[in-house]
Design a protein around this ligand. Structure first.
Ligand code: GCB
Length: 664
């Protein structure tokens, strides 16, 4: 890659200083709500999925797009004189998708810097004429830093690749006769020591070795830094007085389900709110008025995890109806699962019963799409989870799409919801600037995911280097702040350090430990696993007296490679390694171990290194979701554990998912 230093650090570098006068400071305020855009009698949703015009800014300083103000004119190929200035060559790019694997160009796959997306949206006439309507543009994920214009006017910018942000564009689309609007999004995938995840640009100044201006992006995490518009971009409407946010927490007293709700309304101080809770048959089981209150549901059907109950994942619908003295009303329906979560010294409890996580770690990752959202892939993954008998996963190592969490609510798959705090190893990444951003990301995450019954725990980071000096203060602040954001859920932080070096552990509720015995050390020596694993568990528990989850373990296997006696990278080695772990798990889960999450659900793409053979091959499924032999071992195990720990009679193995009553 070639470029200059000034262009590569998205916010605070010279390039951002130079851009400051061009960009008003419209970054998203954290106070507002972030309700998932749903259709209702008062709301319409229009997804802008499909082909967008796309151009990567290959200029040496990567700033040509800003210097030439590409957002002011259609981003279009110059073919013939058209009377309007045009920016230059563009590609057709699918949204949602990462841009990296779509073309045959290596320089686009590995591109670092600004890429530009643009498309026109045709708006229904009433959207542009009805002054009682708000039109909102919502970008569900743009990795990593995004600047957005509508009809050439800057409307919002956002830092962070995995969480949604939005802009009210009513004034812009309602100010003239136009029924189209042009949306331009510039996205920079550069990671710095202060981004989440962090990274750094390394300049290779020795011109006898590298071309002039050469640089690479250095990262300390093990997945490819895919970029682009990874999730849908949508336009949606609300009335001008509207339900901005709903927060729901649930509890159970004897057989009465308690649903506490808080609703924030914006646009007018005078309004009425009616709230009804409907069961899966559409029957009203409780109702209230006002912007906060408690709905009481005698004989409530609780939300239970998959395999823990005959009727898992029971969802009520909370219907909020806001009216004003005038003609305006707004309706929003939120799925609600009534359940409790608690942690004792040695147990993780859901609805007061011990819950054991037998599940996986995932990635948002697939061929061609990279990290792009895809419904067929998602349904395949959920069918595989059901087939496997997995009751849970961790969103390693960043927040997943909202549709994923909706499916978890709907199918009873329990989630440890992780923020993108992965690869924190540089001392600069533990200073105040990073901490401030990390806290903001946790706020955005909690704001987005707080109402999902499937989410039972927050994970603030994965394997940060706790040995660094400021780590103690950093993680104490991060964990305690997260607890104040959401006092109803436990908080964890995933570690791979020796138990006594870990500075986050005193503050978390559950210890999550990753270990790779006989893989990253003692290579090939399966016999060391059991003693090393036993002492890992015993030391952690003795020191902290908290439940422990084996949050990662596994071995790489290239599908179809066979060796007996087992050799590393063969399917037999992966199987033997797992079996050694499992025999220790079976002892420790009788004591204080509350979960095991295999690394990884599927093979996934990483940076190119001599350690990786076209990506990380620790999947129990290939990247194409074909099972390796070990998938069958895990399937036997998970169904056995499910049937041992169930509170009802045993269940037949599920082959595929049925339709659940709640519709999106
Ligand atoms: C880990 C990391 C994960 C890696 C995995 C591995 O500890 O948390 O991101 O992919 O190990 O395979 O090395």
């Amino acid at each position: 890659m070639v470029g200059s230093q000034a262009s590569m650090s998205p916010k605070r570098s010279a390039c951002w200083v130079a851009l400051a006068p061009l960009l008003c400071s419209c970054a998203l305020a954290l106070q507002g709500g972030m309700l998932f855009p749903r259709e209702s009698p008062s709301r319409e949703v229009k997804a802008l999925d499909g082909l967008w015009r796309f151009r990567a800014d290959f200029s040496e300083n990567r700033l040509q797009g800003f210097e030439q103000q590409w957002y002011r004119q259609p981003l279009r190929e110059v073919r013939a004189p058209r009377g309007v200035p045009e920016s230059g060559p563009t590609l057709d790019m699918p949204v949602p998708s990462s841009f990296n694997d779509i073309t045959q160009e290596a320089r686009l796959r590995n591109f670092i810097g600004w890429v530009w997306y643009e498309r026109e949206a045709i708006l229904p006439q009433r959207w542009t004429q009805d002054m009682d309507m708000r039109v909102v543009l919502r970008i569900n994920s743009a990795h990593y830093y995004a600047v957005v214009w509508v009809n050439g006017i800057h409307v919002v910018e956002h830092e962070g690749g995995h969480l949604p942000f939005e802009a009210d564009i009513s004034k812009l689309v309602q100010s003239g006769p136009l029924t189209t609007c042009r949306v331009t999004i510039a996205i920079n995938n550069t990671l710095t020591p202060h981004t989440l995840p962090p990274g750094s640009i390394i300049y290779k100044a020795d011109t006898s070795m590298y071309p002039k201006g050469y640089f690479v992006q250095d990262i300390n995490f093990d997945f490819f830094n895919y970029a682009g518009l990874h999730r849908s971009v949508v336009l949606y409407t609300t009335p001008t007085t509207y339900i901005d946010d709903i927060t729901v927490t649930t509890n159970v007293e004897q057989d009465i389900g308690l649903v506490d709700y808080w609703i924030s309304v914006k646009g007018n101080e005078h309004f009425q709110l009616e709230v009804r809770l409907l069961d899966e048959d559409g029957k009203v089981v409780a109702q209230e008025t006002g912007d906060q209150g408690q709905l009481r549901v005698p004989g409530a059907n609780l939300w239970w995890p998959y395999l823990m109950h005959d009727h898992p994942a029971y969802l009520y619908s909370l219907e909020a109806r806001m009216t004003t003295a005038g003609p305006v009303s707004d309706f929003y329906t939120l799925p609600v699962g009534i359940r409790t979560v608690a942690v004792t010294e040695s147990k993780f409890l859901i609805n007061g019963k011990p819950f054991y996580f037998h599940g996986v770690n995932k990635h948002e990752d697939s061929d061609i799409r990279g990290k792009g959202f895809d419904w067929p892939l998602l349904m395949k993954d959920f069918n595989l989870l059901y087939w496997l008998g997995a009751n849970s996963f961790r969103t390693s190592h960043y927040p997943y799409s909202e549709e994923v969490l909706q499916l978890c609510d709907r199918y009873g798959i329990v989630v440890i919801d992780e923020c993108p705090g992965v690869g924190i190893v540089l001392p600069q990444s533990l200073g105040n600037e990073s901490l401030r951003h990390h806290l903001e990301v946790m706020e955005e995450l909690v704001r987005r995911d707080k109402n999902h019954p499937a989410v039972v725990m927050w994970s603030v980071a994965n394997e940060p280097s706790s040995a660094l000096k400021p780590a103690g203060y950093y993680f104490k602040t991060l964990i305690t702040h997260t607890k104040t954001l959401d006092p109803t859920r436990p908080v964890t932080f995933v570690t791979n350090t020796k138990y006594d070096a870990d500075l986050g552990a005193p503050y978390v509720d559950v210890i999550c430990v990753n270990s790779y015995f006989s893989w990253y050390h003692d290579y090939g020596h399966l016999e060391v696993i059991q003693p090393q694993l036993k002492s890992q568990f015993e030391n952690w528990y003795k020191t902290h007296k908290k439940p422990v989850i084996q949050s990662e373990y596994g071995a790489e296997a290239i599908a179809g490679f066979h060796e007996d006696p087992p050799l590393m990278f063969s399917e037999e080695y992966q199987k033997a390694l797992l079996e050694n772990y499992h025999s220790v798990f079976d002892q420790k889960r009788k004591e204080y171990m509350v979960g095991e999450l295999i690394w990884n659900f599927a093979d996934f793409m990483t940076n190119q290194t001599p350690m990786r053979v076209i990506g990380n091959k620790k999947g129990i499924f290939t990247r194409q979701r074909h099972p390796k032999n070990v998938a069958f071992i895990l399937r036997e195990r998970y169904w056995r554990i499910a049937n041992e720990t169930r509170h009802h009679h045993s269940v037949p193995r599920t082959q595929c998912l049925g339709t659940r009553p709640f519709t999106f």
